[in-house]
Design a protein around this ligand. Structure first.
Ligand SMILES: [Zn+2]
Length: 86
């Protein structure tokens, strides 16, 4: 599966800013068909302007005991995510 166009730009912004892709997994989460996991923390402000173009793309942060802390972008329309350790 290919990453959707709505998350392509935030991913590009991250990678060109020095981040790198650690892992790509299909159906990693119950609510995401595709999850791209980055090596380093996503800098929220870096891709903000790009993400704000789509109201169905949101930035999220998970601080839950059951999961490793992480943050990233989630596309509600395509059910895909770009995520990183927090
Ligand atoms: Zn999308």
């Amino acid at each position: 599966m290919k990453l959707c166009e709505h998350l392509e730009t935030p991913l590009l912004v991250e990678v060109s800013g020095g981040n790198s892709i650690k892992e790509v997994s299909d159906n990693a989460w119950s609510n995401a068909k595709l999850v791209v996991i980055l090596e380093n923390k996503i800098e929220k402000l870096r891709a903000n302007a790009e993400v704000e173009k789509y109201d169905f793309v949101q930035f999220f942060e998970i601080n839950d005991n059951h999961y490793d802390p992480q943050s990233g972008y989630y596309c509600n329309k395509c059910k895909q995510a770009v995520t990183s350790p927090q």
